[in-house]
Ligand binder design. Structure first.
Ligand code: ADP
Ligand code: MG
Length: 696
């Protein structure tokens, strides 16, 4: 089934095939991202109006939608232009005024003839002590009661799409839904008490109470699961296809790693040991590794990565470690040089700054295999960069790297194992959504002996006090970062702010050595500024957010962040993670400009109460939403129509397991359930992955 199953054709036909939808309406529907009947069935009501009949409006708490049987008593046409036309009607106990603006008398006389009975439904209001309904939503004859829905689904609407048009269109689209085989694992269906797909659709589009609108209503939950499941199935297919790709068995003897373990001044954490083992055993099998190493700031990802690189070298190959910025690449290079020396391997750095004969020489040494481990920026992707035998590529701080770069890397060597290291812990649900195709190792433990970081929020008015504290800390030999306000997205404004702050601090701290680093400096200056700070030649480093990722200076114990209210939680956590890396106690000062917004205040509080990146990212997700947490549009985070990735994280986890299990048992999706799952993939427009299976 490599093409769309015929029974799904109607759902993928033109919208204009539906009753009541012409060309114009079809175009209006586009604003709701509805292009075909299939999109309509997944456009769910966001509220419900109770239109069940009451005997009388007497005692009803207005304003409120009511439905009642009335007898028409008297018409009061509008005598003056602009005044409304009034009709007095009576229910079983009281009279009601029906109000019509700009209505034609003859039309109303026909609609509501005096002496006859009608069912009306609309918003009851009290005006001048009289019960009123302005333009009732429904006026039907008693024998046509079936036209008045007891509960009316309220849909998202747009210009040109009224509630009635929407209702009709959805009903039409629902009629196109064929009977489909069940694709969800039966035990999940049973334990969750979910309806089948068709019934679930019926139920969500015919809500009977507000509870039916909530995301935990069984029918809604099932459809959310369907979305997650299709998504995870796609990821699982991609993963299993990648695994079929021939890889090479990179088997190290462990002799280089042993050398490092012997000389390393500290012991690895058990999380580091576990991750290294997971990575190395992945590398040993002849399949391509595609693994994510997740760990909070300061968890020690670099060491794990380096041990994996050594494993590649032990097997006679080469490895590359890529960082998103030049500063970071250089720092990795500097700190790894020491460990590389323990093992006696040749490490080299390649960045955009390498030019001319220097670069030529490095490239030659890389091609000959003399350089065993290369550290660099995206410069390692450039043409002309060729390895002798590249076996492992590590991408550090994935968030700064696009998915495209990950792909470009694969092209450097078809058999290359890939390890991605992310610094920002992301909640499990997001991790699955974004990286569901990868295997994951988690560093959930920090090296021992770290002192907690004291975090305080300080209003800008107390700047002088902060500078005073900074001065005494510096006199005691400590080092500090000073991160400048993110006034606007523009680097230029960042820059002036940083330069001004730099001048101010240099003046305020007398002879203290203050350095400056920002993104627009030539990289040689950046490196020099960083090197000065690392070596302790400068004590305060004024910076823009370029220091956000990765930089490691254990002697720095103070982090000042100006206009902290303008930063996101995850970013603040990352920045703060630059301190608290050594043995001494550290401080983080969040300087803000009052008044703080409600969210601003919550962000500060969360940071004060926790240093746990996973906890903080969960909170971040709750406060901001998935797209923002991941950051960019290129993140590849899917948009779900029914499911709510923030609230239904556990469903995503179940879908992840279920998808992997199904594919494990039925890699080609040829079983009964496999076939059902193919229907789901088509329905959820994940047909690209179907092609993968078909080809593979
Ligand atoms: P991140 O996970 O943020 O990239 P790093 O790899 O930069 O963290 O490590 C942070 C610091 O912790 C470094 O100075 C590193 O040398 C140190 N470190 C790493 N592992 C350990 C360990 N097991 N014990 C003590 N210090 C460690
Ligand atoms: Mg790091």
């Amino acid at each position: 089934m490599s093409s769309r199953p015929e029974i799904l054709f109607p759902l993928f036909s033109e919208l204009t095939k539906l009753p009541g939808i012409g060309e114009k309406t079809a175009i209006s529907f586009e604003a709701l991202k509805v292009f075909k009947p299939r999109d309509l069935i997944f456009t769910l009501p966001n509220s419900v109006i109770d239109r069940s009949l009451v005997l009388t409006v007497l005692g009803q708490l207005a304003p409120k939608t009511v439905s009642v049987l009335v007898c028409v008593k008297k018409h009061f046409p509008a005598l003056i232009r602009g005044k409304p036309y009034k009709i007095i009607v009576e229910d079983s106990q009281t009279s009601i005024e029906l109000i019509f603006f700009h209505a034609r008398g003859d039309y109303l006389a026909k609609l509501l003839p005096v002496g006859e009975r009608r069912l009306i439904s609309g918003k009851l209001e009290v005006f001048d002590n009289r019960a009123q309904i302005v333009h009732p939503d429904f006026i039907v004859k008693p024998e046509q009661q079936s036209e008045l829905p007891e509960f009316e689904a309220v849909y998202p609407l747009t210009a040109g799409i009224s509630s009635k048009v929407m209702q009709k269109a959805v009903r039409g689209a629902l009629a196109y839904v064929p009977e489909l085989p069940e694709w969800i694992e039966p035990s999940i269906i049973t334990s969750k008490k979910w309806p089948d797909f068709g019934s679930a659709l019926d139920m969500v589009h015919r809500p009977q109470s507000l509870a039916d609108i909530y995301s935990d209503a069984p029918a809604r939950e099932r459809l959310a699961y369907d979305e997650f499941f299709a998504h995870q199935l796609t990821k699982a297919i991609a993963r299993s296809q990648a695994r079929f790709l021939a890889g090479r068995a990179t088997v190290g003897k462990g002799h280089l790693q042993d050398l490092v373990w012997k000389k390393l001044p500290y012991k690895p954490t058990s999380a580091q040991v576990r991750s290294i083992a997971e990575i190395c055993s992945d590398m040993k099998v002849p399949r391509r590794m595609n693994r994510l190493l997740q760990g909070d700031v300061g968890a020690g990802k670099t060491l794990v990565g380096f041990m994996a690189l050594l494993h590649a070298v032990e097997a006679g190959g080469q490895g590359v470690l890529m960082a998103p910025t030049e500063i970071l690449a250089r720092q990795h290079f500097e700190s790894l040089r020491l460990i590389a020396a323990y093992a006696g391997v040749t490490l080299e750095l390649l960045t955009g700054s390498d030019k001319g004969s220097g670069r030529k020489l490095k490239l030659a040494n890389l091609a000959s295999g003399e350089i065993q481990i290369l550290v660099g920026t995206h410069a390692v992707f450039q043409k002309g960069v060729e390895f002798h035998d590249l076996r492992l590529a590590i991408i550090d701080e994935q968030h700064r790297f696009g998915v495209n770069q990950r792909m470009a890397l694969g092209a450097k060597g078809i058999m290359v194992d890939v390890l991605v290291m992310t610094a920002t812990p992301i909640p499990r649900s997001l991790e699955l959504a974004q990286y569901g195709d990868m295997d994951v190792s988690i560093l959930d433990e920090k090296p021992p002996g770290r002192k907690p970081i004291t975090t305080a929020a300080v209003p800008l008015s107390r700047l002088a006090e902060v500078v005073g504290k900074l001065r005494s800390a510096i006199e005691a030999g400590k080092q500090a970062y000073w991160v400048c306000p993110l006034v606007e997205e523009s680097e230029v404004i960042d820059l002036t702010a940083a330069e001004e702050r730099f001048k101010f601090l240099r003046a305020a701290l007398d002879d203290a050595r203050v350095g400056l680093v920002h993104g627009q400096m030539p990289s040689s200056e950046k490196d020099a500024a960083m090197a000065d700070f690392v070596a302790g030649r400068t004590q305060v480093l004024v910076a823009t957010t370029v220091i956000e990722v990765g930089v490691d200076v254990p002697n720095a114990t103070i982090m000042v962040i100006e206009r902290a209210e303008n930063f996101g939680l995850a970013q603040l956590h990352q920045l703060r993670g630059r301190v608290g890396r050594g043995q001494a106690a550290s401080t983080c000062l969040l300087i803000y400009q009052p008044p703080l917004s409600q969210y601003g205040e919550r962000r500060m509080n969360i940071l004060r109460e926790s240093e746990d990146g996973f906890y903080i990212s969960e909170k971040d997700l709750q406060m901001r939403g998935a797209g923002d947490v991941i950051g960019t549009a290129q993140s590849g985070l899917p948009r779900f129509k029914v499911a709510d990735i923030e609230k239904q994280a556990s469903l995503m986890a179940t879908a992840h397991e279920d998808a992997r299990l199904l594919l494990y048992k039925d890699p080609a999706l040829t079983s009964l359930r496999g076939h059902a799952a193919r229907h789901l993939l088509w329905l959820m427009e994940q047909d690209k992955s179907i092609r993968l299976i078909t080809v593979g």
